[in-house]
Design a protein around this ligand. Structure first.
Ligand code: GLP
Length: 233
């Protein structure tokens, strides 16, 4: 089977599963470079990691994406989210997030992709958008995409704007790892909780790559674990 599904009863149990997976990889010296994700799905995951005794001081991280034009001081930026939920509480060797404030965004994307390929991701953690996007690879993103500037869809703007604080306007573009960047990781772990994620997971179960549901590109990878509270049978 291409994607391994693990069914849990709650997001907290899903976070426990991820914790055990990471713990084993750390103990076996197989985790040096970890790809991280943002979104509400990751809150219990990072809570579990910060409350644990796991030592990340030899681990370098790369985040999937960042909004264009939000400084790290904005509570709506992914840089802020990561500090708030993880980096302020656990020490890492080095952390990397694309710089959405860079004056030349294409140069920043190329720099980020080169750093990523040089480091080589051992594990990439993923969530999924309601329209099946991974990172900010919206419907139609090609399989060979590297880190790039993405234009967010109306659906993503609508869903993600509900989390925006202080009347700050949600950016319409973001820097994101591409599909090829994500698939370059040795191991992929996707977490999806709640009924709104069912259509995206059903697309994976259908077993066909569909560029309009970018989550289905995971079918092209041979080490994917999907942790969900949905009963998909
Ligand atoms: C954003 C992020 C994705 C994330 C998605 C789902 O679009 N770019 O990486 O998977 O949100 O977020 P949530 O976990 O809040 O459902």
């Amino acid at each position: 089977e291409k994607c391994k599904f693990i069914q849990v009863n709650s997001p907290e149990q899903g976070a426990d599963q991820f914790y055990h997976l990471i713990k084993e990889e750390l103990e076996n010296d197989r985790l040096h470079v970890l790809g991280l994700a943002t979104g509400s799905t990751m809150i219990p995951v990072y809570k579990k990691l910060t409350e644990s005794a796991l030592d990340f001081s030899n681990v370098t991280t790369f985040n999937l994406d960042e909004y264009v034009g939000l400084p790290a001081s904005s509570p709506n930026s992914y840089a802020y989210f990561m500090k708030d939920n993880l980096f302020n509480k656990k020490t890492f060797k080095e952390t990397n997030i694309p710089d959405g404030m860079a004056s030349d965004l294409d140069t920043e994307c190329a720099r980020y992709e080169a750093a990523l390929q040089n480091a080589k991701l051992d594990i990439q953690l993923l969530g999924v958008g309601e329209n099946g996007h991974i990172a900010f690879n919206e419907p139609g993103t090609p399989a060979d995409s590297a880190t790039h500037v993405a234009t967010l869809t109306e659906s993503t703007l609508g869903v993600n704007s509900q989390y925006f604080e202080n009347d700050e306007k949600i950016p319409e573009t973001a820097l994101t790892m591409g599909i090829a960047s994500i698939l370059s990781a040795k191991k992929l772990v996707l977490l999806a909780f709640g009924e709104k994620k069912r259509p995206a997971l059903m697309k994976v179960l259908e077993g066909k790559v569909d560029k309009d549901w970018t989550i289905t590109y995971l079918l092209q990878h041979d080490d994917v674990t999907i942790i969900t509270d949905l009963d998909l049978k």
